[in-house]
Design a protein around this ligand. Structure first.
Ligand code: SAH
Length: 218
């Protein structure tokens, strides 16, 4: 990232307003709203576009990559019910904005991205911003077996079905949040692992994600 990181009252004020807007849209978890108000989303943007950073919109950030809409990030995060120290697997690192939100909530994040250029960029940018995570490059539709089990698993790309192999990497009581559908739209699903063999599934609102591409995906 070429520009210097500058965070002034103007950016901080815009962030607070963004958090208030998400509250009006239905995000209730105070910790999630607090994290939105804290993570400097404009650091992911070219300086020319800083004013765009605190609008509730997805935005192209180079390398053919889009930073997720704040509402979507807050929505998925709220469903995860992150507790301090939770071990979280994030599939689809992308810009790393969602990763920062999880870290801000106290999660120990294992994040995997299949595109090498994004993996390389984000694993440099986040520590530079003060956010530490475990970065992996590869196909996250199979999870990361070496570090399983996880308290929570978050998939930030649209899947054709719930990969069985991800469910098996949840701790008992663990939660998987994943958008599932066709290429156009997906329903947000949460799956709770209630025992070794039983899962409870809830279907929620409709979203539009970029496709999850891989062995257990498109
Ligand atoms: N969480 C990001 C947005 C991610 S967009 C943010 O906050 O900005 C979804 C990302 O998932 C894309 O970067 C895409 O390359 C990645 N992806 C798609 N399929 C994947 C897979 N099988 N494993 C890992 N990453 C994948």
């Amino acid at each position: 990232m070429a520009h210097k990181f500058v965070d002034n009252y103007r950016e901080r004020g815009a962030r607070k307003k963004l958090a208030e807007k998400l509250k009006d849209r239905g995000i209730q978890d105070k910790n999630v709203l607090g994290a939105i108000a804290k993570v400097p989303r404009h650091y992911f943007f070219d300086e020319t576009f800083w004013l765009q950073a605190y609008k509730d919109i997805a935005f192209p950030i180079g390398d053919g990559q889009t930073i997720s809409q704040p509402y979507t990030v807050a929505y998925q995060t709220e469903l995860l019910h992150i507790k301090k120290g939770d071990k979280v697997l994030e599939v689809g690192t992308g810009s790393g904005y969602q990763t920062c939100i999880l870290i801000e909530l106290g999660a120990d994040v294992y994040t995997i991205e299949r595109q090498e250029n994004l993996y390389n960029r984000t694993k440099l940018v986040l520590p530079h911003m003060g956010y530490q995570a475990h970065f992996f490059c590869g196909d996250g539709s199979k999870g990361i077996l070496d570090h399983a089990p996880y308290d929570k698993i978050l998939v930030t790309a649209g899947a054709p079905f719930v990969p069985e192999i991800l469910l098996k990497q949840l701790k008992i009581g663990g939660i998987l949040v994943i958008p599932v559908g066709d290429e156009q739209t997906q329903k947000m699903l949460t799956v709770i692992r209630v025992s070794e063999t039983e899962y409870e599934k809830f279907e929620l609102d409709t979203f539009r994600f970029v496709p999850l591409v891989g062995d257990q995906a498109w």
